[in-house]
Design a protein around this ligand. Structure first.
Ligand SMILES: [Zn+2]
Length: 107
């Protein structure tokens, strides 16, 4: 069974968690200035990389709190979990994410 490290509770079975989609999406500063297409892109368009992805997770059957995780979508391995507002400990995973995101954008 896959264990996920909740930053508040420690390692718990994956069945206690629910994925909340892509992490680190900033709300536009002035939503009224956006076109309908730009607003729709903010609401619905998400990255779907093959590789490392930053995601929001909820420990729904545990403490109920939200946190962020970096997960490899190929191996389903969690590289890091961290509380909202924090940055992941490994800067290497940031550079891997950037490289992966840029490669997906060019594809
Ligand atoms: Zn928890």
């Amino acid at each position: 069974m896959l264990l996920i490290a909740c930053p508040y509770c420690g390692n718990r079975p994956e069945t206690e968690f629910r994925c909340g989609g892509q992490a680190h999406i900033a709300r536009p500063a002035d939503p009224g200035a956006l076109s309908d297409a730009q607003w729709a892109e903010y609401l619905f368009i998400r990255d779907n990389p093959r590789g490392i992805h930053a995601e929001r997770w909820n420990h729904v059957h545990g403490c109920g709190r939200w946190f962020n995780a970096r997960r490899d979508t190929v191996s389903d391995r969690f590289l890091a979990t961290y509380k909202m507002g924090e940055t992941p400990q490994s800067q290497e995973s940031n550079s891997i994410l950037s490289t992966s995101t840029q490669a997906e954008a060019r594809a």
